[in-house]
Ligand binder design. Structure first.
Ligand SMILES: Cc1cc2nc3c(=O)[nH]c(=O)nc-3n(C[C@H](O)[C@H](O)[C@H](O)COP(=O)(O)O)c2cc1C
Length: 191
């Protein structure tokens, strides 16, 4: 009897801790030749470095509406296509649920990869954040002023030409994910 009582008390005291649902950070990307995918992996790594959050990494083709609704934060990555968000990414964002604004108050952030310096990546991140604002999301940038609009990488010009993944881009991507996770934990969680 005593053992039973002790076990019951232990269960009652620890159940809320074990059953607590961790907020989710969804990192989602579109990538044809692998650069944006690589950046997404680094963003996810940064997000995972913060304990107390669940991180999901998916391509836009793999993401369901349920994934979007369950996430406390959505981080979207796109390559630069003719100085714009890749059409597949814009279509993906356009397909998000809007009625009743179920994405309102989720954190939103962006990352981008572009072939050349200053030929589109900043504009792409701002365009992603601008669309997120329509959904009522709380948009944020990266950790440092160098990633104020999000994390971006140059993949095909001068010293940044394919091959080595530059450390500065990795640091920006890690920092973006980390900051999103830290801020997610500071928001009141919806049950
Ligand atoms: C159709 C097309 C248009 C592009 N336009 C631009 C551009 O305007 N500016 C730029 O910096 N890079 C441009 N790029 C280069 C890609 O943005 C860059 O290679 C990117 O890293 C590709 O990402 P991914 O490897 O994830 O597919 C373009 C690439 C394609 C295929």
């Amino acid at each position: 009897m005593k053992v039973f009582l002790a076990l019951s008390v232990f269960f009652l005291l620890t159940f809320p801790v074990f059953s607590q649902i961790q907020p989710e950070v969804l990192v989602v990307y579109y990538s044809q030749s692998g650069n944006t995918k690589r950046m997404a992996e680094e963003v996810a790594k940064g997000a995972k470095s913060v304990s107390g959050v669940e991180v999901r990494l998916k391509s836009i083709e793999e993401v369901s509406e349920k994934d979007l609704l369950e996430a406390a934060a959505i981080i979207v990555g796109s390559p630069v296509y003719n100085a714009n968000v890749a059409p597949a990414v814009q279509e993906f964002i356009n397909s998000w649920p809007f009625e009743g604004r179920p994405l309102k108050d989720k954190i939103g952030a962006a990352f981008a990869t572009g072939g050349g310096i200053s030929i589109g990546e900043e504009g792409v991140m701002i365009d992603i954040l601008r669309s997120m604002l329509i959904y009522g999301m709380i948009v944020i940038g990266g950790e440092k002023v160098e990633s104020a609009f999000g994390a971006s990488a140059i993949t095909d010009e001068g010293p940044f030409k394919e091959g080595d993944w530059e450390e500065i881009f990795r640091i920006k991507a890690n920092g973006l994910g980390r900051r999103v996770s830290q801020l997610v934990l500071r928001l009141p969680q919806k049950m």
